[in-house]
Design a protein around this ligand. Structure first.
Ligand SMILES: [Zn+2]
Length: 69
């Protein structure tokens, strides 16, 4: 069993998202690249993960454990 790195998907409009993050007036601890929205606190994350608790994040968590790509 080899340890595999989790592939990070970089969205094509990453720069745009970072721009949005920078200009976001709300308090946040991070930016969700899945729904392009602010992660306001640790409570905004899915338990035991670093994934934003949003529909896209939940979907990623559900199918993110798949082997291969
Ligand atoms: Zn999100």
């Amino acid at each position: 069993m080899k340890k595999k790195m989790v592939p990070i998907q970089v969205p094509p409009n990453l720069m745009e998202m970072l721009d949005n993050w920078e200009s976001c007036p709300d308090e946040n601890v991070g930016w969700c690249l899945l729904c392009d929205g602010p992660i306001r606190s640790a409570q905004d994350l899915i338990q035991n993960s670093n994934t934003h608790n949003c529909p896209e994040g939940l979907r990623l968590e559900l199918c993110g454990k798949r082997p291969g790509r």
